[in-house]
Design a protein around this ligand. Sequence first.
Ligand code: 6CS
Length: 345
Amino acid sequence: MAIARTLKHLVAGAVIGLAALGVAHAEEWKFAVEEGPGDVQTLYAEQFKKLVEQRSQGKVKVTIYTYGQLGNENDLTELTASGAIQFSNASPGHLGTFVPEVQILSLPFLLPEADAAKGEILSNSKALYGSLAKDFTAKGLKLFTIYPEGEMIWTTKKAVRKPADLGDVKFRVMTSPILIEQFKLYGANPVALPWGEVYGGLQMNVIQAQVNPAFFIESAKFHEVTDHLIYVGDVEYTTTVVSNADFYESLPAERKKMLDEVRSELQQYIFKTEREKNAAAVDKMLKDNPKLKVVKLTDAEREVFRKRAEPLGQKLVAMVGGRAGEILKQLKAEIQTANTQVSAK
Ligand code: 6CS
């Protein structure tokens, strides 16, 4: 994707957008997501658009771009950092090539499993919104929010219950380097690709497996070119919403206040929405493809993968350097507190 061509297209789009609105001084905020129509990120962006346009009394118009309209996942981050667009989703699974510290969020067996503790960490963690956010700012991005999109499920051509089953499996992962390390530790042959190449890769048997939440497997139709859904219970898909840092900083105080309010309201909305979408997607996939087999690892089987993943945190710290070790330590302490508070209730 030629970024120059995209920039030209975006400027032209802004002018046409204003003319169509017939509003002399309306601001246009462009929000690009990494997913397609009806997917979790798109539903979030649509709700964001609704609230921002209502609360700014039409003075701000939000234009949403879905996956592919402006490029792939890494292109969206570049466009946001350069200020060509104002908001985008930047999932840690891809953003690690740009903000390496964010890969902490991709570590398996780390985030709390209980909804309340997970919500507390993803919405309010000082390690994330205080410490990690500084690494975003250094790259021209404001960390606006983080939310979950569902448990990661493997789609495979054969049943997998242990690392030895993955020996001959080319396993598609997102483009952050830590994911390659994770799947090597799990015993597979990982391959990093943007998601637009995954359906064809599975169909042509260039790759034999990939990992995503249920709603996404269903909407990208990966269940048509797979035989098994494997529930490992190792990690939740999380995404960040980022804004251009200079744009955000230059906003008047009342706009920032509006965005803070919108952000907290949308956390509740999106937690509920992703759960509903994921549950419905599993039913739909099993109906569409009755040959699909579901494998849920037992606690003992899961433990084998947990043990394999143990060195990953230290590998990440060594790979990224800088403040990554400090942030991970701070986050682990917060997770422990959040887990204890939830189990005390
Ligand atoms: O697998 C991926 O690359 C994509 N998965 C999700 C759930 N959202 C966007 C991301 O790029």
